[in-house]
Structure formats: structure tokens, C-alpha cells
Design a protein around this ligand. Sequence first.
Ligand code: NAP
Length: 521
Amino acid sequence: MAITGENFIAGQRRSSGTTFRARSADSGEEFGEAFAAATSQDVIDACKAAAEAQDDFASRPLSERAAFLRLAADKIDALGDTLTQRAMKETGLPEARLNGERGRTVGQLRLFADEVENGGWQKLRIDHANADRTPPKPDLRLRMIPLGPVAVFGASNFPLAFSVAGGDTASAFAAGCCVVVKGHPAHPGTSELVAQALTEAVAESGLPAGTFSLLNGTENSLGEALVKDPRIAAVGFTGSRGGGLALMKHAAEREVPIPVFAEMSSINPVTLMPAKLNDAAEDLAKAYVGSLSMGAGQFCTNPGIVLAIKGEALDRFLAAAKEELKTVGGQTMLTTGIHKAYSEGASRLAKRTGAELLGMGEEAPGTCGQAQVYTVSADAFLADKDFEEEVFGPASIVIRCDDLAQVKQVLSGLEGQLTTTLHMTEADHAEAASLMPVLEKLAGRIIANSWPTGVDVTHAMVHGGPFPATSDGRSTSVGTLAIDRFLRPVSYQDMPAKLLPSALREGTPGCLVRIDGEYRA
Ligand code: NAP
């Protein structure tokens, strides 16, 4: 499939305006086709087409919506090696990782297809009328409906699973929302290939062309115009805290403000409980270095801080981590900008009062990120809030605490996180139980005895958490619950049956319904 560098606006390829080129992650050099930067007219046309398609798309039978998601998955699978090779060049990510990510991407499209058909997300409720009650009780029936067209911002660190057909797009489609994607400029060719697959799936499913559009560009003004377009009803975003906050501001300043579901920054605190640390210091150290350096540390769930109580066991852990670090080679980072931000962030961290370098990975040439671990006393950490700054890449800090009370003090003072982890044995359970209320307030996911890098796309997954991990801690961007972000409830009071949506008429809708307070299958 040829890459033409055009935007996709409601099924039509279009190029006008200025152009930009993809850059090789390895060298930072431009290569290949010129990509057209979307113009303000392109934004208007894509949003207008999405708004025009919205009612049609939303009213299609759920089986059609599900079939569309499955067809999109098949078409992305069919892109095969062309997609992998292009993504490798643009992102520097290795082949195995990208093939795995493609599996996750098509897997989540198929999971959302099943979810659409399951229908539980509609949260159907029927409260029958009671004329004998004083005052008389009306007949009330509730279901969730789509918010409307969603603007999705592709993420640089997941060029497939959180980009054009990633989790935000899949969950928005599943909710019945049309989607306008703002492609990430770090992987425009990858985005175009996936957009082509989605465009074909829309057409072959007989859906209105405005169901999906892709806009490319490198200027903040494009994202701003998209969020401010009055036809856009919600935003999905994964990226920097600065970017997320800017989009939230634009959304709040609109004449009609809209929700922004932004996944931004997290340092994912990991606590090594005393008995576990004593039993397995060396194994923990090896796994820690593996987790912090995986994918050049470019995961939102990277273990940015580790807490442990001072003593002989922690010394063994640190010594082993230092040795393990020496075996970590430099890995190409996603973009020269991200590499620069990493180098600057790590050098700010190194200069903070109390930070001591524990060890480094192998020297990392060019745009590779060099793994590094620092230690700091809990007192010094508590004295400088900037220690909490996310350094996006393979850097991490081990916090030396005096006792469990200090561990709790550090955890209680942290900003909201995507994940927090406890490594423990049974002998630690009583003390771990005392930390649970702190951890529940802190993060969206609490992990026992593994490392946070790795997110399963399932029904019970939460990839969210209090600000600044996300802009709205009531939601998740991974897993089937992500669909909730793009829905709102509507209640129909004393509505004649003919005017009710079919799922709310008497009879069996084929999914879970709450009837007069009782859940019925
Ligand atoms: P980013 O700068 O936040 O950009 C993400 C997307 O948002 C891009 O499409 C960008 O488009 C757009 N954008 C950013 N700021 C904007 C603004 N003020 N107005 C309108 N649109 C805006 O993220 P990135 O390029 O992926 O990486 C930069 C840094 O983000 C990294 O160094 C890292 O610190 C952080 N990051 C964090 C995560 C995480 O999961 N926590 C993931 C990725 C990146 P344009 O630039 O084309 O306008």
C-alpha cells in the first residue's frame, strides 16, 4: 500500500497547505514522502463530516458496529510487514515490540466488538410506573447514548495501540462516536497506513464516510482548532502534561465546554516491603532494571520511584541493581525531541539536592537513552517536590526510608499515579494492609509482586488515576470500561413504546437490565 502523505477527510484523500516529512528515529534525518499539514478548512470539513455522520453511525444495529470493528482489525492485520517496517523506521522501536503492539491493537478492536454486542455498557434501567403511589410514580427508562464526535490525539510512544486505531479510537467507535484523529507527527507514515485500513473498513461496512478522518500536522494550532471545533464533543489524549493541560484549557474555554480524557504523567511508585526485600533483593534488582529500561523507559507505567527501608537488604538490592545496570545497552528513543527532553530531565534530576547517582547503563550514542538510577533519602525527597517530575525514559530513583511510617508519609504526599506496586511476602501482609488506604487514594491500579510496565486490555483493567496521571480519575483509557468516557445517560419518562429505543421496550433486550432496582439477565 503506497503512502501518499495526504490527510483522510471523510473517505477522501486531501493535500493542501504546507508539508512536513517523517524523521528517522535513529538519525533524526528527514526521509520519504512529504506529508500535507491539515489546514483550518480541513479541520472544519472533517468535523462537519463527523457531525453529519454521527446520528447515522450511532443508530446502526450493534451487530453492524461490532462487524465494523472486526473488519478494521482484519485490515490492520493485513497490513503485515509493511506496517511494522514503517513503524520501526519512524519510532526506532524493535520489530518484536511492534508486532506485539499490532496484536494488542487488533485485539482491543475485537474486544470492543464483543463488548458492543454484549450491550451491558448501555446500563439499561427500567422503573415501572406506579399510579397508586402518592404522588404517582412515572415510568422511567434509561440508557447510555454516545456523546458525539470525538477528537483523538495519537500518542508517540504507542504508534499503533494508542494512535490512529488505538484504544481511544476503538472505545469511541464502540460507544457509537465518530472519530477525528490528530495524527502524531513522529509517525505519519504509520498513521497513514492505519488510516487507510480504517477508511476501507468504514466504506466496506456501508457506514457514512464521516465516521472517521485523520488530520496530520506539526503545529499546536491544529490540535487547538480541532478541540475548539464546536462539533467535537469529547477529546482522548495520551502525551505530556503540558500538552494535556493545554487541551483541557482549550476545551474549558469553548462556548460549550467538553470533557478531555488526557493520560499525562505518572512515576508509578513501587514499594519493596521488608520481608520480600530480605528474601529476594537480588532478584528484585534484576527485574527492576529490566522494567525501567524496557522500551528505553518510554512507558507511562515506567517505575520512576522505588521505596524501601534502609538496611542490609536494601544495600544488597542497590549493589545488584548497579551491576545489572551495567548490562543495559542504550536504545534509540522515539524522537530527537523526546531524547532531548530525557537528557535534560535526567540532568535536572542528577542536580537535585540529595540525589546520588547509583549507576548507569552502557554509554548511549546519538538518540539512544542511557539508563540511570539515583538514590535519595526520604527526607531529601520530601523536601523537594520536583523529585516527582516524570523523566520520560529509562531513569529512576530509589528512596531510602527510615521506617514504614516514612514510606507511608512519602506515598501519602505523592501526586496521582497510574499505578503503584507492592512487592511482599505473606510476612509483609499486615503492614501492607495498613498501606492499602493510601495506595487506593494514590493510583488507578495497585499491583502485587510484579512490575508496572505491562498493561492487559481486559474488562477489569484501570489505566487511569487521579490528576496528573489523568485529567479525570473516574475513567480508564485501557480496557472495556474506557467506553464509558464517551457516553452519557438519557432517561425517557412516560414515553410511548413506539418512541422508545428498542432496547428499552418491554421484552428481552438480550443484555443485562436493571428492572425496578433488580438486575435481570
Ligand atoms: P506531546 O508533546 O504532549 O504531544 C502529543 C500530541 O499532542 C501531539 O499530537 C501534539 O501535536 C499535541 N500537542 C501537544 N501540545 C499541544 C498544545 N499545546 N496544543 C495542541 N496540541 C498539542 O507528547 P509527545 O510528543 O509524545 O512527547 C513529548 C513528551 O511527552 C515526552 O518527552 C514525555 O515527557 C511526554 N510523554 C508522556 C507520555 C506518557 O504516557 N506519560 C507519553 C508520551 C509522551 P503537535 O506537537 O503536532 O502540536
